[in-house]
Design a protein around this ligand. Structure first.
Ligand code: FNR
Length: 369
């Protein structure tokens, strides 16, 4: 028999013991096709699986008799102090999980001293999200078919008080999740990408019979290095590039003036067959040096995972799916609780390994499991 979908709660259910518990509970709050769309990767989900498996290849060795009573998770990034390194990843279409969508996640970020990264494809406008009063907020930018539209988004983000742009470059073209296709996922009518719905699309998008649907079709409007350099020259906001897996690309980004990078494979939703994001981290950190801002996402489900990502070179991490799952269960309260659980899981791991600061984690060598 079909189970009733539950509406978001205004309390934390008693059976949540860890941040990842939201993943399982969310199935009762999100309609099955929508859940498949959120949970799925691309293609045959190989990268989705690698992302998770990569964390299990590492072990963390306990250290004894350390005084960590002055311990904390604070750090500085792009001239701002953060209480902890756990940020909310840009996740599109959050009304799939909660009637108020991004408003609730942004409120949670503010309450938990996190940083909210608003997606270009949010179901609440970037101005509405800013009006929640969330202090630390970045805007994730997808290049639009027309440069005027891209620039308009940038100006709107500047005006609304976003303090950085996160340009996502790994999703110009991708294969949908086969799980979502099988579940006959269709974007619900209330899930509209309101930031971009009024921008004109390119009228000359037709391709000739002898042209490729991929190269001359979808990729015609994809940004290139020249577009990125143009963007960096057009705005005073720091530009962080998301979707970097190759150390050569990372170094090139540093050299063209990107303010930082996000090592990410889009949570396994872009190129299926890409390496696990975690497996790319150490080489990228080595390529760009110790002081360049390197963020990380894809596959984080616990504070232990966060510890490992920092030990392998990340300054901070972004949380994608767990954010949406917690949002579906209890709105802002759920997301805030999920962030708090992740932070406590991280602190627990720090205490048991004698790490009083994030720098201590960075100086910790992981063992192979
Ligand atoms: C995403 N992600 C994403 N990234 C981005 O730059 N812009 C976007 O609009 C979206 N939208 C989006 C929707 C959904 C449903 C998911 C699950 C993910 C990718 C996201 O920012 C992040 O890279 C991954 O989610 C990280 O992996 P985990 O934490 O989900 O394993």
């Amino acid at each position: 028999e079909k189970q009733q979908l539950l509406s978001p709660l205004n309390y934390i259910p008693a059976d949540i013991q860890s941040a990842q518990d939201y993943e399982y509970l969310a199935r009762r709050f999100i309609a099955a096709p929508n859940y498949e769309y959120i949970a799925g990767g691309s293609g045959r989900d190989q990268t989705l699986a690698s992302n998770l498996a990569a964390f299990n290849k590492w072990a963390v060795c306990p250290r004894i008799l350390c005084d960590v009573t002055k311990g904390h998770t604070g750090f500085n990034l792009l001239n701002r102090e953060y209480a902890h390194p756990i940020f909310l990843a840009p996740v599109a279409y959050q009304k799939l999980a909660h009637p108020l969508g991004e408003i609730e996640s942004a409120r949670a970020a503010e309450a938990m001293q996190s940083c909210f990264i608003s997606s270009t494809l949010a179901t609440q406008s970037l101005e509405t999200i800013a009006a929640t009063g969330a202090e630390a907020k970045w805007f994730q930018l997808y290049f639009q078919p027309k440069l005027e539209a891209t620039l308009d988004l940038v100006r709107r983000a500047e005006t609304a008080g976003y303090s950085a742009l996160v340009v996502t470059v790994d999703a110009s073209i991708r294969m949908p999740s086969l799980g979502a296709l099988r579940a006959q996922f269709k974007m619900p009518d209330e899930c509209v990408a309101v930031n971009v719905q009024h921008y004109e699309i390119n009228p000359s998008a037709e391709i000739a019979a002898n042209e490729s649907r991929i190269f001359q079709g979808a990729m015609r409007e994809a940004p290139t290095w020249a577009d990125l350099e143009w963007l960096i020259s057009e705005t005073n906001l720091p530009v962080i590039v998301k979707g970097v897996l190759h150390p050569v690309d990372a170094l090139k980004l540093k050299n063209v003036g990107a303010a930082g990078i996000v090592v990410s494979n889009h949570g396994g939703r872009s190129l299926d067959g890409a390496p696990a994001s975690l497996d790319c981290l150490a080489a990228i950190r080595a390529a760009v040096g110790d002081d360049y801002p390197v963020l990380f996402d894809s596959g984080i489900r616990s504070g232990l995972d966060i510890f490992k990502a920092i030990a392998l070179g990340a300054d901070a991490v972004l949380i994608g799916r767990l954010q949406v799952y917690a949002l579906s269960v209890a709105g802002a309260l759920g997301v805030a609780h999920m962030l708090r659980l992740l932070r406590e899981e991280l602190e627990l791991c720090m205490a048991q390994t004698g790490c009083a600061t994030l720098d201590d984690i960075r100086n910790t060598r992981l063992q192979s499991a």
